[in-house]
Design a protein around this ligand. Structure first.
Ligand code: SF4
Length: 430
């Protein structure tokens, strides 16, 4: 049955902290160690049959380029699936030794307890598991997102048993799965002691590009090259606000604290971060803009880097963080007030741990009516290719054509060119 969603209060960028992340100084960078993968997701931006594994020398060279051109707290190690790279343990050790927190972005299929322990020893900081119904997986046959929750819990427990690792889950969102978001948000709350963040990534819907004609180096290219249709799309173009509306159906107090806007549209929310104070039963509240500003500024002051991922030891001290930041932040104050109220109703709540848990929403590439392409301003997923920095979500354009596409609205191409005014007429007008 279709759930009726009433649009909630519109997000206003003025209410939130604009993350200070930039091209040269960011929370995250993106290292692709292979194009190979043990899944073939239809929506994946990479061709698993091209290029294959990078050598250790190539990877070191890319890390050297990052060191020269861009500072970041974390290094997302991605692919393909990075766990299928035969030297993944050495790669993690190299990333750690060169000064980043290594985060593995994986579907988890190749993760065994033995490998996890080796990766922990090598210095891995955390994992972001990509598990959703856009995949055809051997380890979980799900047609609805909540049917994957058992598998998600299994990975979160595996990490918690080994200990000291950050645990995050990505989920692709299309119109077909939009109304299933509340199930994942609830599941994350019930597992707030072992799940530190959940990320909803809005799929770049092909219909958003259907009004555009693409060109690379002046030559026309078929839009299907990058915006291929898949059977999990619904046809409706989703925005961050649609995901927010869904979350608010089960948690009306949901409110972000930080964001990244678009490169072209200042009102677009490309990365939206909310941090909630929650035990496994009750959400006490959401941290506000000042909280994020204080945390980012303090981290940069003391370490020289903008913060991205936090370890479990920092996230489980919600009971300390709320009163500590309450004088500065409205969200922390409200959460503390709710916590006190809940404790009065049920004194046993005082014994429960309050965790800080992140809910992130990413709205990838979108188009303006005039053909401008709206990217994430201060893109955290910048990668290295041939010695240069590029948006990883559009790297295939560089690989195939050596340049990014430009887009022109089809309507503009179809309209007749303006008639040339003859020299005689111009003379007459003058
Ligand atoms: S611009 Fe592309 S690669 Fe960068 S963060 Fe946004 S979606 Fe990711």
């Amino acid at each position: 049955m279709l759930q009726k969603v009433v649009s909630s209060k519109k997000l206003n960028p003025h209410n939130y902290y604009r993350l200070p992340w930039s091209l040269t100084d960011n929370g995250i960078s993106w290292l692709e160690v292979t194009t190979k993968c043990n899944l073939a997701c239809k929506g994946c931006y990479r061709d698993p049959n091209k290029e294959g594994h990078k050598t250790m020398e190539e990877i070191r060279e890319e890390l050297n380029i990052f060191q020269a051109k861009r500072k970041s707290d974390c290094m997302s190690i991605a692919g393909g699936d990075p766990l299928v790279h035969p030297q993944i343990v050495e790669i993690v050790a190299m990333v750690k030794e060169m000064g980043w927190k290594p985060i593995l972005n994986t579907n988890g299929l190749a993760l065994t307890l033995k490998l996890l322990k080796q990766l922990k020893k090598a210095g891995v900081y955390g994992f972001t598991f990509h598990i959703d119904t856009t995949q055809v997986r051997g380890d979980s046959k799900a047609t609805f997102e909540k049917e994957h929750n058992q598998l998600r819990t299994q990975f979160a427990k595996m990490l918690a048993d080994v200990g000291g690792l950050s645990c995050s889950f990505n989920q692709t969102v299309s119109e077909r799965t939009l109304t299933q978001i509340p199930d994942t948000v609830n599941w994350a709350k019930e597992n707030a002691d072992i799940v530190h963040s959940i990320v909803f990534i809005i799929y770049r819907e092909p219909s958003m590009a259907s009004d555009m004609q693409f060109f690379a180096g002046g030559k026309e290219v078929p839009s299907a090259e990058s915006y291929n249709n898949t059977d999990f799309c619904g046809g409706r173009i989703l925005k961050t606000q649609d995901v927010v509306d869904q979350i608010r159906t089960i948690d009306p107090q949901y409110d972000p604290c930080g964001y990244l806007n678009g490169t072209v549209d200042p009102e677009s929310f490309k990365w939206t971060l909310a941090i909630r104070a929650t035990d496994k039963k009750k959400v006490h509240g959401y941290m506000g803009a000042n909280f994020m500003q204080v945390v980012q500024s303090a981290n940069h002051f003391f370490t020289g880097r903008w913060l991205s991922y936090c370890g479990p030891s920092m996230l489980k001290i919600g009971k300390t963080t709320m009163p500590l930041l309450a004088p500065l932040d409205r969200g922390a104050r409200k959460s503390l007030f709710n916590f006190a109220k809940n404790t009065l109703k049920n004194p046993l709540a005082l014994l429960k741990r309050v965790n800080l848990q992140t809910i992130a929403i990413i709205q990838a590439v979108d188009f303006m009516p005039d053909g401008q392409i709206n990217m994430c301003d201060g893109c955290p997923d910048i990668t290295v290719y041939n010695g240069e920095l590029y948006w990883s979500c559009r790297l295939e354009e560089i690989k195939e054509h050596g340049c990014f596409y430009t887009a022109v609205p089809r309507a503009k191409l179809a309209s007749k060119p303006a008639k040339k005014t003859s020299a005689k007429k111009i003379k007459e007008r003058v």
